[in-house]
Design a binder for this molecule. Structure first.
Ligand SMILES: C[S@@+](CC[C@H](N)C(=O)[O-])C[C@H]1O[C@@H](n2cnc3c(N)ncnc32)[C@H](O)[C@@H]1O
Length: 520
């Protein structure tokens, strides 16, 4: 993030800087102060993708990414809470007023982005209820219940109105499936002798057998797992063919090949050498793939109190679905006071509403491959990497913050607020790269360079038009087919929409430039 820091400093933002409250009087003081705090916090919470698309205009970051807005408001709230706890008594009133305003803004943001959850009523949730009861007996505290929700399997529904900071779910470490279990198992002495095998793979092999163990401590957890996962790793030939023209085709094929190689390295050898511990019928390729999908779609990174980060399966928390602007943003660190994993709310969730988690800042291609779904709403992390030789501008690294980006990408131009001349809704570092490539001595975007601009935009338009052609037309006849073809086609539609937005933006950009040139 060194480059990002540089961009911030160039904009006059000092991340380490103290917040100084000045002139706390006047009717609009609270709103103005909140604006200043938000500008800082948005930048602090921005990731490389947002900073790339914002270019030097980092203050615009929040407009298109509600998740960053939520993180920023949350950062402010934590800062105010800390300040209130540390007892700056003279300004307590001000801090409280700002705190109330942050809570109000978080509430308003939640209302704006609320997703409707349709609960499917004709599904019994017996297995899930048994698991919740088991959890309670193990010390799990939950303000969530499980229901079948349209389009996402099971989901977690708030049983009461939950406020910012409330703990929706608390799981004691003893109810988490972690490495400890594989260490204690009879497989460990065999597995630890295998060269290069990771603890994650050991856990995966352990879970394949434990799933069938009638005496397992986690039996109710395994019983409540889906029989199939329907991720991109299970795509059939037709779905893979439907991905033709997208990068996801190669990604899914490679991911599956990688897993197949891993399986072939272990089996049938382990079953032949240790049939008592690795029974052949439990270690088929299909069951291996099921376990991979389980760990990819349900595994959670957990930081334990000894500082070790492990991928774990967390019963009950595994019912939480993902959202682009979730209720639960910060989780995954075991609380040392309670020795439990807590899931606190970053935005309110009303009783009966589905409570969402963030799985991470993932692109749709990642979510399709490893989780098997496309999130609702516009995903700001849906970026297409561009294979561009960025070394042309490398020599000018220090002159302009835009030159520091070496990996270029695009996303839907609807995320940009600036379709105007010299911007065209396209990422500023990408345009900068092409400008420098065309005319290395270029100092600024001026009307002298209109011809160069036009050449760049025409070249970009032609590249993305070719890409659109490669993606082909939507085949509406295939809509009623299997889940995998449907998902692959929805993904491709989304890719088409992104590319098409870029073509349209280039087209309008060219028009703007032609009009300007006529005026000259
Ligand atoms: C950790 S599990 C969540 C619980 C899951 N729905 C279930 O029934 O077991 C992750 C899986 O839930 C589904 N999922 C999560 N978020 C989703 C969303 N926003 N839309 C559709 N499916 C989602 C995907 O199938 C994903 O692989």
């Amino acid at each position: 993030m060194e480059d990002d820091k540089k961009i911030l400093e160039d904009k006059g933002f000092n991340l380490q800087g103290q917040v100084v409250f000045e002139n706390y009087s006047g009717p609009d003081w609270t709103n103005k102060t909140m604006d200043i705090l938000l500008q800082k916090a948005r930048i602090m919470c921005s990731d490389e993708v947002e900073l790339y698309f914002a270019g030097v205009d980092v203050t615009s970051v929040h407009l298109y990414n509600p998740r960053i807005e939520l993180e920023a408001l949350h950062t402010i709230l934590s800062f105010l809470d800390k300040a209130l706890c540390s007892g700056y008594h003279t300004i307590n009133g001000i801090l409280h007023t700002l705190r109330e305003l942050s809570i109000k803004l978080i509430q308003e943001l939640g209302d704006k982005i609320r997703l409707e959850t349709i609960i499917v009523t004709n599904y019994s949730c017996d297995k899930e209820r048994y698991l919740l009861q088991w959890g309670k007996s193990k010390g799990v505290r939950s303000k969530l219940q499980v229901a079948y929700v349209e389009g996402a399997g099971r989901g977690a529904i708030a049983t009461e109105d939950l406020k910012v900071g409330d703990i929706a779910l608390e799981i004691p470490v003893s109810a988490i499936i972690s490495e400890e279990l594989v260490h204690e198992s009879d497989m460990f002495p065999i597995l630890e002798k295998i060269d290069g095998i990771s603890l994650e793979t050991m856990m995966l092999l352990w879970s394949m057998k434990e799933k069938h163990n009638p005496d397992s401590k986690f039996k109710l957890y395994f019983d409540a797992l889906p029989e199939v996962f329907n991720t991109g790793l299970s795509f059939g030939v037709n779905a893979i063919m439907a991905l033709d023209g997208t990068l996801l085709l190669e990604e899914t094929v490679q991911a599956k090949e990688h897993l197949r190689t891993q399986y072939d390295e272990l089996f049938p050898a382990l079953c032949n050498d240790h049939p008592g511990i690795f029974p052949t019928e439990l270690y088929t390729w299909d069951q291996f793939l099921w376990a991979c999908e389980l760990w990819y779609s349900n595994g959670m990174k957990v930081m334990f109190t000894d500082g070790k980060l492990q991928t774990c399966l967390v019963p009950i928390a595994g019912f939480l679905n993902h959202s682009l602007c979730p209720h639960i943003l910060h989780y995954g660190k075991v609380d040392s006071a309670t020795n439990s994993l807590r899931f606190p709310l970053s935005r309110p969730c009303n009783a009966g509403e589905q409570c969402y988690l963030s799985y991470g800042k993932f692109s749709s291609s990642h979510l399709v491959t490893f989780y098997g779904f496309l999130p609702q709403g516009e995903n700001p992390y849906d970026v297409m990497p561009l294979d561009i030789d960025a070394t042309i501008t490398d020599c000018s690294k220090d002159c302009c913050p835009l030159s520091s980006w070496t990996n270029h990408m695009v996303r839907g131009t609807w995320f940009s607020k600036n379709p105007g001349i010299f911007h065209y809704g396209l990422p500023p570092p990408l345009l900068y790269h092409f400008r420098r490539a065309q005319s290395p001595m270029l100092q600024a975007n001026t009307h002298e360079n209109l011809e160069t601009e036009l050449e760049i935009l025409e070249a970009l338009r032609s590249t993305f038009e070719d890409m659109l052609e490669t993606l082909g037309e939507t085949d509406l006849d295939d809509r009623s087919t299997s889940w995998d073809v449907k998902l692959a086609m929805e993904f491709k539609d989304q890719q088409r929409r992104i590319v098409s937005s870029i073509v349209t933006s280039c087209y309008y950009g060219c028009k703007l430039l032609e009009d300007e040139l006529l005026k000259k």
